[in-house]
Design a protein around this ligand. Structure first.
Ligand code: ASP
Length: 430
């Protein structure tokens, strides 16, 4: 097997769209045996899977793939052509994805995990240069895009804010974009105006990734959010089809939820509960787009009413920097997602997410830190997933995803087994 046993099995379950229980029954093994095969290599209870099972699973997956291939014969060719926009290899909106193409991207992200977890290195983007152009505040997105490009062997040039860019001298988006195209091989752009990244993209033929365009979209965040949900569900033995997702907070200006709801809507039979304070509700055009696909969408201003039954809670920060004439300073206390409210209203296997940053200032009432050691809180697994997903995005847009597997070499240094002090809490569940 060229990939790890864990990646192989997760991929098989995802392709077959089966829960752990059903998958175990399908291949005729006990659920307990499957669980031990799915443990990370090196963990004490991990067991090797018999060769005959590997061959059987491969056969089932291949048959399924063949059937799918016939059904989707129109959708062939490299992934970057299938998700292209305006004939270019750029990522501006989640609207570019179908369920099949998003899952294909995630299989590439799975391949990147040994690199993201610092077990392997790759140089498939050696010589390539990324321009990271952030005209709005960012920590995670800018650094993780940069780290993802570097971990594939490329180099990164950064610029942050307007003050130190030529835009402060009145330069147009068109000029900046065209000039940068002569310097770098791909660009990630964040800009405070909705639609501005698309304008950058029109002025160049090199790959451009939307790193957030004002209250518009944040496609790479939504992709890593969906990847996280699928990974968490695979661990919990759940399927996304039919699941219940509660989105909480500033749904008006929060671009991450705008992208995420559209991406989740590619799945079947979801229930979305949109919980927002008055005046910060999800824009109607996004609700319409998601509801056209037959999902149940409910709106409320109360956590107590909206949280029960949720499989995922996706909390967000108040986007005060985008307020026009809204007066709010932060959420009121009844709006805070914290341990007490989760214990009272949610199921024990709920997955709690947030795109971060959380506003930890007094009176902000953003997602509480009292869940930090609670395994239901997935926020740091979510941020960690930003690396393999963004690596997959670059590999696809630059057309090198097929080279990754054979390019892997062992790392020469020894990273700590847990990168954060709280990670031991999660050890054994991922
Ligand atoms: N980091 C996310 C974004 O850039 C969420 C946030 O800022 O609240 O949209």
């Amino acid at each position: 097997m060229s990939v790890s046993q864990q990646v192989f099995l997760r991929d098989a379950m995802r392709r077959l769209n089966l829960t752990r229980d059903v998958f175990a029954a399908r291949i005729g093994v006990k659920r307990r045996a499957l669980d031990t095969w799915l443990l990370p290599e090196g963990s004490q209870e991990a067991r090797g899977m018999p060769e005959v099972v590997t061959r059987f699973v491969t056969e089932i997956v291949d048959n399924e793939a063949l059937l799918k291939k016939y059904a989707q014969s129109a959708q062939s060719g490299p992934l970057r052509n299938r998700i292209a926009t305006g004939g270019k290899h750029q990522l501006l909106s989640v609207d570019q994805f179908s369920r099949e193409s998003v899952e294909e991207l995630f299989r590439i992200a799975d391949l990147m995990q040994p690199i993201a977890r610092r077990q392997k290195v790759s140089r498939v983007l050696e010589g390539a240069v990324l321009g990271n152009l952030f005209f709005e505040a960012s920590t995670r997105t800018r650094v993780s895009f940069g780290a993802a490009f570097c971990r594939l062997g490329g180099s990164v040039c950064d610029t942050t804010g307007f003050t130190f860019s030529s835009m402060a001298k009145g330069e147009s988006i068109y000029d900046t974009s065209r000039v940068m195209s002569g310097y770098v091989d791909a660009m990630v752009v964040r800009h405070p105006e909705q639609g501005s990244v698309a304008e950058f993209a029109r002025a160049t033929n090199i790959p451009v990734v939307n790193g957030g365009d004002g209250p518009g979209e944040h496609p790479s965040q939504a992709l890593l959010d969906l990847y996280t949900i699928l990974t968490e569900f695979s661990r919990l033995g759940k399927l996304l089809d039919g699941a219940s997702v509660a989105m909480v907070g500033d749904l008006k200006y929060g671009r991450t939820v705008h992208s995420l709801i559209k991406l989740l809507a590619l799945y079947r039979g979801l229930k979305f509960t949109l919980i927002a304070p008055a005046g910060l509700e999800m824009p109607e055009y996004i609700i319409e787009q998601a509801s056209k696909r037959g999902h149940v969408i409910e709106q409320t201003a109360s956590l107590e009413a909206g949280l029960p039954g949720a499989d995922v809670i996706y909390a967000t920060r108040v986007q005060k920097e985008r307020f026009a004439d809204e007066k709010m300073q932060g959420y009121t206390a009844e709006f805070q997602v914290n341990k007490a409210i989760i214990d009272k209203y949610c199921r024990p296997d709920v997955v709690v997410m947030h795109p971060l940053p959380r506003d930890s200032r007094e009176g902000a009432h953003d997602l509480s830190t009292d869940l930090n050691e609670d395994p239901r809180l997935a926020i740091f697994r979510q941020t960690d997933n930003g690396i393999p997903v963004r690596m997959a995005i670059f590999a696809v847009l630059l057309g090198v995803e097929g080279l990754v597997q054979h390019s892997l070499r062992d790392v020469t240094w020894s990273p700590p087994s847990h990168v954060g002090p709280d990670d031991s809490v999660f050890h054994g569940i991922d």
